[in-house]
Design a binder for this molecule. Sequence first.
Ligand code: KMH
Ligand code: ZN
Length: 305
Amino acid sequence: MLKARKTIITCAVTGSIHTPSMSPYLPVTPEEIARESIGAVEAGAAIVHLHARDPLDGRPSPDPELFAQFLRPIREATDAVINISTGGAPGFTMEDRLAAPNRFRPELTSLNMGSINFGVFGLAERRGEWKHEWEKPFLEGSRAGFQSNTFAQIERVIQELHHGYGTRFEYECYDVGHLYTLAHFADRGIIKPPFLVQCIFGILGGIGADVSHLTHMRDTAERLFGDDYLLSCFAIGRAQMPFLATCAAMGGSVRVGLEDSLYIARGQLAESNAQQVTKIRCIVEDLGMEIATPAEAREILALKG
Ligand code: KMH
Ligand code: ZN
């Protein structure tokens, strides 16, 4: 793992899986996404990971015009590292997924390292309560859903964004095999270190939220990438904070945000992204570590700025 560094907090502000019925605090409009992102940065996040939603009903949207409406105020108010998702949402085409990254050419985007079945279960789903017509079929599709990230699709993202504009990646690894896929692209020389290896636990379809899996992912990344990678992780739902504390104690970085969990404690909805950032920041600092500023995150990850 990269040495002598601070803990980078990423905040994934809204995502594309949770629906407005699941929490009144999920940001949906560009104004809400901007406000939540700025609050997260003020609380200590160095990176904001961003998706867009249709302001009328919260449906995930690939429309670059919507991205523009929150990217501008975030950039004006903060120096945060902007990370635009290339995963998008279930049902998006590759053209949809690459539309905003190609328009804004950010210094960082996500990159899913393999195709996966992708499921999510929420309270609203269990109760059958829906705020908008689209939510039920969307979640049913996602529950049985699948996201395609073939070798060719991964390479297309690398070619267009990294070779096109110098964008670097949050390599999203949902299982151990995804680390080997990352190593394959590194061995071919089409991506260069340092690698931000984002390990994901607890997605239905990916590796489970068991701490032994975290050490296994870390050990495997260590073997494959040596000093050339930064371990980061997030876990879904109630596993979120315990996992992040463990990852931070291991010297890794962390990702929070309402994309990953709508809660701040058992049965208690988080009222903002900043609340989750503050919680993990306190844990990290109590463990004796310092958090990275956006400028320090840029330096650690060799971003173009
Ligand atoms: N929603 C997360 C499980 C992406 O945006 O490309 C994964 C994610 C992927 O953040
Ligand atoms: Zn995302």
